[in-house]
Design a protein around this ligand. Structure first.
Ligand code: AHM
Ligand code: MG
Length: 315
């Protein structure tokens, strides 16, 4: 089986870029070990809770951020870290050619119930500055801490899937992920229906109508509530994920963050033949205005995303 380091050699001659991916993979492997044992160590629950020794515990999202930061600090290729957990970008190595943006622990509301969470990352060239459109990404990936620990990564070609073995090695288990063009599964928080716009309401209504409606086929709904888990399902078997702009999130620009959630996921899904949009424009074409900017996110199987885009164009 091909391991990650070997695959990276075939993907890029840029050692810095390969090292950035390896640093994030190493952080993911360390975090996988911690997450696996977190209930025993008393590390689930809220920040400030005690472990079995009665010691105050840091919340896992703080621990995750520290682990990523430590790994990237040791890598001279990384000049700056942008993290969901940190208000400001952190300067690491002044000569480093690369910037990493990360959500170190996505879906953390699922931690207490032992449901898949993840680490998302995006790699940019330092010379482009902090605010670059997603199309400029040099690499992106996520680690999904599920029944198996998966690393999904793309440099510029295909989106590839690796699995963490018992010895801490990442072995390639799918060389080229391909999001099926058509699908019958949608993922959206339907409890937000009263806030939705006409395009979202119309798309979901049509999907729920199944074979009796204009879509002419039956749909299923899935919502884990961890973006990493929902996107991983869509990457592997198709579907569409929607966190659209709604009347409640409008003032903030959306729910999910552009630099370390929307951009890397859109880059990975497009590398596997899927599509992504905000409804108004391609996610990867957005010129960011600030590092924690939020955007609407619609991505997945190309035919489904197009159906939503057509609605936005009409409504
Ligand atoms: P987080 O980065 O604070 O974990 O928030 C992001 C999460 C995503 O993982 C998920 O898709 C979404 O927020 C869930 O939202 P909701 O609470 O509306 O179900
Ligand atoms: Mg998140």
């Amino acid at each position: 089986m091909t391991d990650l380091a070997h695959w990276l050699k075939g993907q890029t001659a840029d050692h810095s870029l390969a090292s950035a991916v390896l640093s994030m993979a190493a952080a993911g492997a360390e975090l996988a070990d911690i997450l696996r044992l977190a209930p025993i160590a008393g590390q689930t629950g809220l920040a400030g809770s005690d472990n079995v020794q009665g010691e105050a515990q840091k919340a896992l999202d703080v621990i995750s951020n520290d682990i990523v930061l430590n790994h990237l600090r040791q890598n001279p290729a990384i000049s700056i870290l942008i993290s969901e957990e940190l208000d400001e970008a952190v300067d690491l190595s002044s000569q480093g050619p690369l910037i990493v943006a990360t959500d170190p622990l996505d879906g953390s509301s699922n931690l207490d119930v032992n449901v898949t969470v993840g680490t998302i990352f995006s790699v940019l060239a330092s010379e482009g500055g902090l605010l670059q459109k997603g199309r400029n990404q040099l690499a992106a990936g996520y680690v999904a801490y599920g029944p198996a620990t998966s690393l999904v990564v793309r440099i510029s070609g295909a989106t590839s899937v690796f699995t963490l073995d018992r010895n801490g090695a990442w072995l390639q288990t799918l060389a080229e992920a391909k999001v099926p063009q058509a699908s019958g599964e949608f993922a959206i928080n339907t409890a937000r229906e009263r806030f939705w716009d006409a395009a979202t309401t119309g798309y979901v209504k049509e999907s729920v109508a199944g074979e009796t409606g204009p879509a002419g086929k039956r749909y299923n709904m899935r919502w884990v509530g961890s973006m990493v888990a929902d996107i991983h399902r869509i990457l592997m078997r198709g579907g569409i994920f929607l966190y659209p702009l709604d009347s409640e999130t409008k003032a903030k620009g959306g729910r999910l963050r552009l630099l370390y959630e929307a951009n890397p996921m859109a880059w990975l899904i497009e590398g596997a033949g899927g599509r992504s949009t905000t409804g108004a424009q391609g996610i990867l074409d957005i010129e960011p205005e600030h590092i924690h900017q939020r955007v609407p996110v619609i991505l997945g199987s190309a035919d489904e995303v197009r159906r939503v885009e057509e609605r936005y164009a009409r409504e």
